[in-house]
Design a binder for this molecule. Structure first.
Ligand SMILES: Nc1nc2c(ncn2[C@@H]2O[C@H](COP(=O)(O)OP(=O)(O)OP(=O)(O)O)[C@@H](O)[C@H]2O)c(=O)[nH]1
Ligand SMILES: [Mg+2]
Length: 232
């Protein structure tokens, strides 16, 4: 819990939390964002585990706007948080990862968010999660935008890269102090349709860094680690 700067509540703006105040170098925040079911949570769990993390933290924003966090040990987190059902994730959850850079070791908070969509969702809990994800998108130091490359290789590629994805890219890659800290993660490359899907994903995000990954097998994790370590 210490050194975490959870986002999304009005009571904790970036740099204002008690945890941040205790640390001379508060961890930078890297947000995983994208449509529902693309594999954000499986990536969070397996990527963090590959870097030696032991637990995922679930954040809940209470009615007074403060945060409560609960640790869920890996790999149990994977069993209970990853799901085929869209919108399994309804609030921010994250993990502190350590990235070696030269002789210094630095920490990054990797945050996983509720899946975004093109339409207003009928469930209030999903809408609240989406709103929190959008606030966090505005405040994050780096953005990993995940899309489903296997879905992009199927009969309805627009389902994989939709209007919401174009909006995320336009926002996250726009000129700002965060420039250069945005990458598209083309996930599920372990599935055969992802070969064609990856070409479509690259074509949909011209000029952006696209990193092919598999949250399931760990393919591409090294490239993501190098990207995050280099940019944050
Ligand atoms: N084959 C394959 N399946 C994956 C991969 N990543 C995720 N999945 C599966 O895709 C489904 C959704 O994964 P989640 O990690 O829950 O997706 P999410 O983006 O967090 O979804 P929401 O929380 O609903 O937004 C699960 O059945 C995962 O096992 C991958 O790289 N390869
Ligand atoms: Mg999820």
């Amino acid at each position: 819990m210490r050194n975490w700067r959870p986002l999304g509540a009005h009571s904790h703006r970036p740099g204002e939390s008690a945890a941040a105040g205790r640390s001379a170098h508060p961890a930078r925040r890297c947000l995983l964002v994208g449509q529902a079911n693309v594999g954000k949570t499986l990536f969070l769990c397996n990527f963090a585990a590959s870097l030696g993390a032991r637990a995922i933290q679930l954040f809940a924003v209470t009615s007074d706007g403060s945060h409560a966090a609960q640790d869920v040990p890996l790999p149990r987190a994977r069993d209970i948080l990853v799901n085929d059902r869209p919108h399994a994730t309804l609030a921010l959850q994250g993990v502190q990862i350590r990235l070696g850079r030269g002789k210094t070791d630095h920490s990054v908070q990797l945050l996983d968010s509720t899946g975004l969509g093109d339409r207003v969702h009928p469930e209030p809990a999903v809408r609240a999660g989406m709103a929190q994800a959008l606030r966090t998108l505005r405040e994050a130091d780096a953005v990993l935008h995940m899309v489903d490359a296997a879905l992009a290789g199927g009969p309805d590629p627009e389902a994989a890269v939709g209007e919401v994805d174009r909006q995320i890219a336009a926002f996250a890659a726009a000129p700002s102090p965060r420039a250069g800290r945005y990458a598209v993660l083309a996930n599920k490359t372990d599935l055969p349709p992802a070969t064609a899907g990856l070409r479509r994903v690259r074509a949909a995000f011209p000029g952006q860094l696209v990193i092919p990954v598999s949250a399931r097998t760990g393919a591409g994790f090294r490239e993501v680690r190098l990207f995050v370590a280099d940019r944050l």
